[in-house]
Write a protein that binds this ligand. Structure first.
Ligand code: GLA
Length: 419
């Protein structure tokens, strides 16, 4: 898997572009890795995409609304059953690239085990068997990925969903319909929450399984519903530029969980299912803050982000549906400001990427994903892409940040079988 780790010394200020394989090539590479590692042909290859979230950030775990789309950067899993009662996982890591092997008995996978990268894959398979989607059994897996790790583009969900789908096809055998996709989504979320131990909210797994080319997905987490929204920005001469800051990025370092704990605490204290249904949630949060000995001003700001972001996202979905991209760009700006000032999940690299893109004439720009590093996105005219990437790369070089990496995001299909 690409790790994209570079340092400031290598950052000359010229934009570096993320290389992405065609699905055909990605599947062929996973197949040949399987061959190389296990010495025979896999039964098939399955893949699932990473994502960007256009808006609706840090609200999935608050029963809010989000608007992500699936990327053309995918994780490919070549797989076959084995009779040995073990999961074997092989992938290529690092620079220079080496093949990393991991093996665990099927019966040993469960909460907290394995708590490493392979836990995303085998944890999702374990949770799918626990959910009764298929019987448990050994598997050999070989993984190739174009979703950069640590870029805030959901490499973990892409791994969970592709592995769970491969196992389902091999052991479950039923047709992949929406009910199965829902089951695999729940299993992938459970893997992340219970096996790997990251308290994430489910946005990434849903879009990785339900994405459709040319569309964004309007998800309402309170209603547990999702609607495809046409997102043909290329037809309007526009593009979404991903700016991967390559800033150090860790979702499970406690910051994400800390934000979520505040929102969960206030929500429970107010006796509502979501802050979007609370009267005067910001004022009402003071009681919880005092009872828990935390700064009421800070708690009010966290609540303000969640409430305002949900309202902003509802508006943004209307703006996108109506084709009003200028208004949508302003919503993106509002979202970034709220994440920066009220939710405090941005870092200087994200703010710089957003500010430079706006100064270059973008319609809107914002961080995407969990924050604390990762990527920002800019909505801009296609003919501004090169100049914007160059300006951001130069600004990063000047500030001594890590070298950023760029790619134009293409709304793509969710998880499926490739070969
Ligand atoms: C991460 C999590 C998601 C979501 C986003 C923020 O990507 O995995 O569940 O909370 O952050 O919107």
């Amino acid at each position: 898997m690409p790790t994209s780790q570079t340092n400031a010394a290598q950052n000359a200020g010229t934009p570096r572009w993320l290389q992405t394989r065609s699905e055909e090539q990605g599947a062929a590479d996973a197949r040949s890795l399987f061959q190389q590692v296990y010495g025979y042909e896999p039964a098939g290859v399955w893949s699932a995409p990473g994502r960007v979230n256009l808006i609706g950030e840090h609200v999935d775990y608050a029963d809010g609304i989000s608007l992500p789309f699936a990327l053309s950067q995918r994780t490919y899993v070549a797989a076959a059953k084995n009779d040995d009662g073990v999961y074997r996982v092989a992938s290529r890591f690092g620079d220079p690239v080496e093949i990393v092997h991991f093996e665990i008995p099927v019966a040993e996978v469960g909460p907290g085990n394995p708590a490493n990268w392979a836990g995303y894959a085998v944890g999702a398979i374990w949770a799918a068997t626990e959910a009764g989607l298929m019987p448990a059994g050994g598997l050999n897996l070989a993984i190739e990925s174009d979703v950069p790790v640590g870029a805030g583009l959901s490499s973990s969900a892409a791994l969970e969903c592709s592995a769970a789908l491969a196992a389902f096809d091999l052991y479950g055998g039923a047709t992949l319909d929406d009910a199965v996709r829902n089951g695999l989504m729940g299993a992938s979320i459970r893997a992340e929450n219970e096996v790997v131990g990251a308290s994430t909210g489910g946005l990434d797994q849903r879009i990785s399984l339900f994405g459709q080319a040319g569309h964004a997905l309007a998800i309402d987490f309170a209603e547990d519903s999702a609607t495809q929204v046409p997102f043909d920005i290329a037809g309007r001469g526009l593009a979404i530029l991903i700016m991967n800051t390559n800033a150090p990025h860790q979702l499970n370092d406690g910051q994400y969980a800390a934000r979520r704990a505040v929102i969960d605490g206030v929500t429970a204290d107010l006796g509502v299912s979501s802050l979007r249904f609370a009267e005067e949630a910001e004022d009402a949060s003071v009681g919880w803050a005092k009872a828990n000995d935390v700064d009421p001003v800070e708690v009010a700001a966290r609540v303000r982000h969640v409430v305002s972001e949900i309202a902003r996202t509802a508006e943004a979905i209307k703006q996108v549906s109506a084709g009003d991209m200028e208004a949508f760009g302003r919503s993106m700006q509002g979202s970034h400001a709220s994440l920066r000032d009220d939710y405090e999940v941005t870092v200087p690299e994200l703010d710089t990427a957003v500010d430079v893109a706006m100064a270059q004439g973008a319609l809107g720009a914002r961080m995407t994903g969990g924050g604390f590093g990762g990527s920002a996105i800019a909505l801009l005219r296609e003919d501004q892409v090169e100049a914007t990437a160059t300006a951001v790369a130069e600004a990063f070089a000047e500030k001594g940040f890590n070298e950023p990496e760029f790619v134009v995001a293409l709304p793509s299909d969710g998880a499926h079988r490739n070969a």
